[in-house]
Design a protein around this ligand. Structure first.
Ligand code: 48F
Length: 262
């Protein structure tokens, strides 16, 4: 009974997804987590002609952007990151009594960042969790992935792998990928202790600056952006201000492009 519409729909989805997935099992850059810093990194990498995919545990990418501050769905961005908002066509309004700061709608930001990354050529695989890294001969070679429902239900199902020249940990506060690398691969990362230093409490200006400074290559081929970078290097948290996240994503892409072009 092929050719009936029910079959046409199912077959088209299976074929189309299979092609997309198999085309992205070997990557220039694999990004873990679909938060704001990752979306910006994905777009800049795709625009530089790199094959890049994002693996996001949740059904909806966007990470901590959707909920604004305490579910008031507005966030703040400072002047230094307006060029990134403008690139993604995200509208913003100056705050009258705080020179250099702007409010914006967090739902517009989340959706525009996702659209901008995908439209530039990055692929997002949602509801996929990264549960391990591929680590061969002392080098990070890629990711070990499984469906999030498999992870959540604790089903005993073996994962698949994605091979990548560069891996970006964009998992936010827990730095999940770098933690796996230090715990399981027992590598020393580029921090004073060789391990994750741990995020510190809130200090907005310091956290915003250090998010960008801490965005770097922590181990050959293994980078961190956004709050993951701050957690690795012991930076302060900053709450619902996102300029540092956007600038961190751009810096991560630039570092990875340099790394890939070497
Ligand atoms: O935390 P998150 O939004 O990343 P970010 O770019 O931005 C941080 C801000 O949202 C906010 C902040 C700004 O003031 O502090 O928190 O650093 O998004 C991280 C994403 O990674 C996903 C997670 O579901 C979230 O959407 N993620 C985490 N671990 C994994 C993962 C994993 N092992 N596999 C796949 N996705």
């Amino acid at each position: 009974m092929s050719g009936v519409i029910e079959n046409v729909i199912s077959n088209a989805i299976v074929q189309s997804f299979s092609k997309k997935f198999s085309d992205h099992l070997v990557l220039d850059a694999a990004i873990v987590g679909g938060g704001p810093s990752a979306m910006v990194a994905a777009r800049y990498l795709a625009e530089a002609g790199k094959k890049v995919a994002v693996f996001e545990r949740k059904l909806a990418p966007g990470g901590g952007t959707w909920g604004g501050g305490m579910l008031f769905n507005e966030v703040v961005v400072q002047d230094s990151a307006l060029h990134i908002l403008d690139k993604f066509n995200i509208r913003h309004t100056p705050i009258a009594d705080a020179d250099g700061y702007h409010t914006l709608d967090s739902v517009e930001m989340a959706s525009a960042l996702i659209y901008g990354a995908v439209h530039a050529g990055a692929k997002i695989f949602n509801s996929m969790s990264v549960e391990d890294i591929v680590f061969k001969a002392g080098k990070v070679n890629g990711l070990v992935i499984n469906w999030t429902p498999v992870e959540r239900l604790g089903m005993h199902v073996d994962p698949l792998t994605v091979i990548a020249d560069a891996v970006i940990d964009g998992t936010g506060h827990p730095s999940e990928i770098i933690k796996m690398a230090t715990d399981k691969a027992m590598i020393a990362i580029d921090t004073p202790s060789g391990k994750i230093e741990g995020e510190r409490p809130m200090w907005v200006d310091s956290g915003e600056a250090s998010t960008v400074e801490n965005t770097k290559e922590y181990f050959p081929g293994l980078f961190a952006c956004g709050m993951s970078a701050n957690n690795c290097s012991g930076g302060y948290r900053m709450g619902p201000i996102f300029g540092g996240m956007l600038l961190s994503g751009k810096k991560a892409a630039e570092l990875v492009i340099d790394f890939l072009n070497k």
